[in-house]
Design a binder for this molecule. Structure first.
Ligand code: 5GP
Length: 179
């Protein structure tokens, strides 16, 4: 059945990526991760909340031994020279010497990762890579190495498959774009 336009709060969204296309992109990423992380016992660091559905589908297809943690990031303006300070909530695991894969919903300007990655690297992991569901290449403002991108999308606001518009839309199995 063809997907129809939806309204969340005051905003209209049209169908953009159906669940079967998302599933194919996620599977392709899982195949690469299974290949690259043999014998490395990766620690998947899932950034809540938007990545929850992507992470669930991706991690079900990871066949190598791995561990999974869920974090939240809280950014606030520090004083004087400290600039933006980022706090990682929920990371109780020892990550020194571990191979980390940060699981993100969407990389837009890249500011979130620009702050998160150095914070993780300061704890001495063996490696850190990023697996993101979406990347908006036109929006990227930081020099980031994004090794695992399920899908590049245009510079538009999307919802569904974990992503919300002011709290709504996370539950939708398909992805919609603002009209
Ligand atoms: P960045 O720090 O890369 O600019 O932004 C990343 C965060 O912005 C994402 O984790 C997500 O929460 C939010 N974001 C960016 N673009 C979109 C979008 O198109 N839709 C939704 N729902 N959130 C977005």
């Amino acid at each position: 059945m063809a997907l129809a336009q939806i309204t969340l709060h005051d905003k209209a969204f049209r169908p953009y990526l159906p669940a079967n296309e998302l599933a194919a992109a996620v599977t392709a990423l899982a195949v690469r991760l299974n290949h690259d992380y043999v014998d490395r016992r990766p620690l998947f660091v899932v950034v809540l909340t938007g990545a929850f559905m992507f992470a669930s589908d991706l991690l079900k297809q990871i066949a190598v031994p791995c561990e999974i943690v869920f974090i939240r990031v809280a950014s606030y303006q520090g004083t004087g020279s400290t600039g933006v300070v980022q706090e990682i909530l929920g990371l109780r695991e020892e990550i020194a010497g571990r191979h980390l894969v940060v699981v993100e919903d969407i990389v837009d300007t890249g500011t979130t990762l620009h702050h998160l990655l150095p914070t993780l690297l300061a704890k001495g992991p063996a490696s850190v890579e990023v697996a993101t569901l979406f990347l908006k290449p036109e929006c990227l403002r930081h020099d980031l190495t994004l090794k695992y991108v399920a899908r590049e999308i245009s510079n538009d606001f999307v919802v569904g498959y974990g992503l919300d518009y002011d709290g709504l839309g996370r539950n939708l199995p398909d992805v919609y774009v603002a009209v």
